[in-house]
Ligand binder design. Structure first.
Ligand SMILES: C[S@@+](CC[C@H](N)C(=O)[O-])C[C@H]1O[C@@H](n2cnc3c(N)ncnc32)[C@H](O)[C@@H]1O
Length: 240
């Protein structure tokens, strides 16, 4: 199956660079600080799939010495422009040889695995990311739940893509971001919880915590389905 990373695109990168934490994105990031505090010791972090650096800057604010890495040149350029004092590294897809083994206390990956097709590729990347963890280190991976592609949300619409309902793990699905002016559909890969668990097992990782954040009525956003259906899943992983 051909799958193009839609983020290697100047217009998309510019839209993404203006995005902070509105609506459904707020919910994605809301619970990460306590999850990180509860599982991670040390401050050396790699932000895998950093995009324009939103997740890397988030880690800096939590006190991490975080390095951002991405395969999309357009994204990395804007990450560097927004945060010139920090390290953002452009890599070739699947090549994490830039870092020595056991270099990090935390590998964070926010939304990145939504854009990585096939079991084989996911397993290979999680294996390599696991090798980058030092003793006690954790991978925290936040991904879209399959439900995100079949419902409406504060920050996304999928109503133009009824075919998403029939998609199985590994299929392409489409979604539109409503907080940005670039309304071209984003193409992702849908992946079930069951299949993520198979990926972790094959990559030699142990799943230590799973979180499916739900929104609360008292939060300052106009929630659509976020209070009853979780759009995101957070996995905390370690090497046994
Ligand atoms: C939706 S963006 C998220 C950016 C950032 N984590 C955030 O929360 O704002 C996903 C990013 O993952 C990157 N990506 C996709 N496949 C990748 C891979 N194999 N290695 C590294 N980055 C990848 C894309 O280029 C894109 O910038």
């Amino acid at each position: 199956m051909e799958f193009d990373n839609v983020y290697n695109d100047r217009e998309r990168a510019e839209a993404y660079a203006r995005l902070e934490f509105p609506g459904t994105y707020y919910l994605a990031y809301r619970d990460l600080p306590p999850i990180i505090a509860g599982h991670v010791r040390g401050t050396a972090a790699l932000d895998f799939g950093c995009g324009t650096g939103r997740s890397t800057r988030f880690l800096h604010r939590l006190g991490f010495a975080a390095i951002g890495v991405d395969i999309a040149d357009d994204m990395i350029k804007l990450a560097r422009a927004k945060d010139p004092g920090s390290e953002y590294v452009l890599v070739k897809d699947g090549d994490l040889g830039h870092w020595r083994d056991k270099a990090f206390d935390l590998v964070l990956s926010v939304f990145t695995f939504d854009n990585i097709p096939t079991m084989q590729k996911k397993v290979a990347l999680f294996t390599d990311l696991g090798n980058l963890l030092n003793e006690g280190g954790k991978i925290i991976s936040l991904v879209s739940s399959p439900d995100i592609y079949t419902h409406e949300w504060a920050s996304f619409t999928t109503r133009d893509f009824p075919e998403n309902k029939f998609a199985r793990s590994g299929d392409k699905v489409k979604i539109i971001m409503t907080d940005v002016t670039d309304r071209r559909p984003v193409e992702d890969i849908i992946w079930s919880d069951e299949d993520y668990r198979k990926v972790y097992e094959q990559a030699g990782l142990t799943l230590v915590h799973t979180c499916r954040p739900l929104a609360r009525e008292d939060e300052p956003f106009t929630w659509v389905n976020e209070t009853r259906i979780a759009p995101w899943v957070v996995y905390v992983l370690e090497r046994p």
